[in-house]
Design a protein around this ligand. Structure first.
Ligand SMILES: Cc1ncc(COP(=O)(O)O)c(C=O)c1O
Length: 407
């Protein structure tokens, strides 16, 4: 992400914080887990639940059909995509799995991915290998970290994968993988390309055309600040026009036209299923509108700066090792603490009103083994956080780490 010239955001910051009631009592530095929802998101969800209570679930959805359409459109706008290319699904994992299931992968087919791909994605690849005989190839990293696009280019021309799948920002570190460069390579070679943008949406400006992807998965609850329990999938026109669809389509994705035939919807809705938590759809729409109003550029720039500040402060603490590496580092800061399991530290911080999280080896075996740690403390600020909150968290970590009775 380009870094624009810093401007004074104090009045915006005061508004963002007053829109976020949780800020009053918490230092919430777990936006990579689930961010604090701003007030309009919370209100949209509650209003629809009340309507369901008053009118009935189906009747409330009918009454709010236009608002539901606007919510869907806001998600599309956020990605600079068209309405017809966005499917709303239960979460990012489902979105990713729906996209993979559109490929009839079998013995001898290759899925080309990275060493840093998200744990659930890696498990899906391995499951495809176990059940379908698919070969999984992980492209090597560049020296500074993150997948090497030139290695991807060479592997594409040598091995001709059926699919390239890449996690933009893995969950367990600040690494930002070069998804745009890989996208250009996939497009030139006409190889389908799937991006997991789960941690990117809301902190990195996103334009699906620039990424040259066929599919892109995301979630509502992280840097986008929407509710838990909802995700989305971008499906390109290229994929739609080729007739791509998830392996198991339902009656929302297709019409059962005759005893032995079905007809697909023309749009990305073929990747959705019939039942929706409409309150959450409206909450997601409000989150997308809110992110557009703040500006993802502004949000990301500020979040990155807070993360840089946190990294610098934490690196100065005795016994603390900053784990993030890569040519670009985002708003996810990870540290290892000598001789300590970070789960305990996360809980001690939570008891002081400071939210962080603690990825373990199983969340990223390749990366964690390489960094020679079995756990990390993850600190993920967002634009509504402050430097003072980072100072509070760093000071608390310093105290906990240096307190011999806590060992
Ligand atoms: C990079 C990445 N991809 C995918 C996911 C899964 O998202 P969801 O829980 O919405 O399925 C996560 C969750 O942490 C993630 O960090």
């Amino acid at each position: 992400m380009d870094r624009p010239v810093t401007r004074d955001l104090s009045s915006e910051l005061a508004r963002w914080r007053s829109d976020t009631p949780g800020c009053a009592g918490l230092v919430h530095l777990n936006n990579a887990g689930a961010a604090l929802m701003p007030r309009p998101v919370h209100e949209a969800i509650l209003a629809h639940l009340s309507l369901e209570q008053e009118l009935g679930g189906y009747e409330a959805a009918d009454a709010q059909s236009q608002a539901i359409e606007r919510a869907h459109a806001a998600v599309a706008r956020l990605m600079e995509a068209e309405f017809r290319n966005i499917a709303l699904v239960q979460n990012s994992t489902v979105a990713f799995a729906q996209a993979i299931s559109a490929f009839d992968l079998g013995p001898g087919d290759i899925v080309l991915t990275s060493r840093a791909d998200y744990a659930s994605n890696q498990i899906m690849y391995l499951s495809l290998s176990r059940r379908r005989g698919v070969e999984i190839v992980r492209a090597p990293d560049a020296l500074e970290g993150g997948v090497d696009p030139e290695a991807v280019r060479r592997l594409i021309s040598r091995r001709r994968p059926a699919l390239v799948a890449l996690t933009w920002i893995p969950t367990n570190s600040g690494l930002v993988q070069p998804v745009e460069a890989v996208g250009r390579i996939c497009r030139e070679a006409e190889v389908p390309y799937l991006i997991d943008a789960c941690q990117a949406v809301g902190q990195v400006p996103l334009n699906v055309d620039n990424l040259h992807c066929d599919y892109l998965s995301g979630t509502s609850r992280k840097f986008l600040r929407g509710p838990r329990g909802l995700g989305f999938l971008y499906v390109s026109d290229r994929a739609l026009q080729s007739g791509a669809h998830p392996l198991l389509v339902d009656m929302h994705g297709a019409d059962w036209t005759d005893a032995d035939s079905f007809e697909l919807r023309p749009d990305a809705g073929r990747f959705e299923t019939w039942e929706f938590a409409y309150a959450l759809v409206l909450g997601l729409g409000a989150a997308a509108e809110y992110a557009l109003k703040v500006g993802v550029d502004t949000a990301g720039h500020r979040a990155y700066e807070l993360a840089d500040y946190a990294r610098a402060c934490l690196a100065a603490l005795p016994g603390v090792r900053v784990l993030d590496r890569g040519p670009e580092l985002c708003a996810i800061v990870t540290i290892a603490i000598a001789g300590r399991d970070t789960s305990d530290i996360k809980l001690l911080l939570r008891a002081r009103g400071i939210n962080t999280s603690s990825p373990h080896r199983e969340d990223a075996v390749i990366d964690m083994d390489e960094k020679q740690t079995t756990s990390a403390l993850r600190i993920s600020p967002h634009y509504y956080n402050t430097r003072e909150e980072i100072d509070t968290a760093v000071e608390a970590i310093r105290e906990i780490v240096s307190d011999p009775s806590r060992r």
